[in-house]
Design a protein around this ligand. Structure first.
Ligand SMILES: [Zn+2]
Length: 72
């Protein structure tokens, strides 16, 4: 049982590190003009606030929710 928890924690940490380094790498990335999920234009404010973003805030929250549910 402890092994399973250790492995899950390890995977979580790897994913977090990958996300963090991707975030760092994307600091100067160009934000998408349209959401890659729903094809809606991404507001200029969000594109400026989240450099390198590829989705609108709505889709992003859905994706994050989905990832969270997958992680459980
Ligand atoms: Zn969207």
């Amino acid at each position: 049982m402890a092994d399973i928890i250790d492995t899950a924690t390890e995977i979580e940490e790897l994913q977090r590190n990958a996300a963090l380094s991707a975030h760092r790498r994307n600091r100067n990335a160009v934000s998408a003009e349209r959401c890659e999920e729903c094809d809606e234009p991404i507001p200029e404010l969000r594109r400026a606030a989240v450099p390198g973003c590829q989705t609108c805030a709505e889709c992003q929250s859905v994706i994050e929710l989905r990832n969270k549910q997958r992680g459980l």
